[in-house]
Design a protein around this ligand. Sequence first.
Ligand SMILES: [Zn+2]
Length: 60
Amino acid sequence: MEEKHIMVKCCRCRRVRLQDRWADEAEEPAGSPLYSHSYCPACSEQVHAELRSCSVVAAC
Ligand SMILES: [Zn+2]
């Protein structure tokens, strides 16, 4: 069975995770078949802060 490569993309700032870092969307390799939406570390912190203050309901 062919192994599918899953790109992890931040649904907040749209950066994509490459090997060991979060890269700008422009650096994203072409033709990535699958996405898993998540938050990069920076956005994750912001989102959690917002959730703590109950000002935003995050729908990803
Ligand atoms: Zn982000």
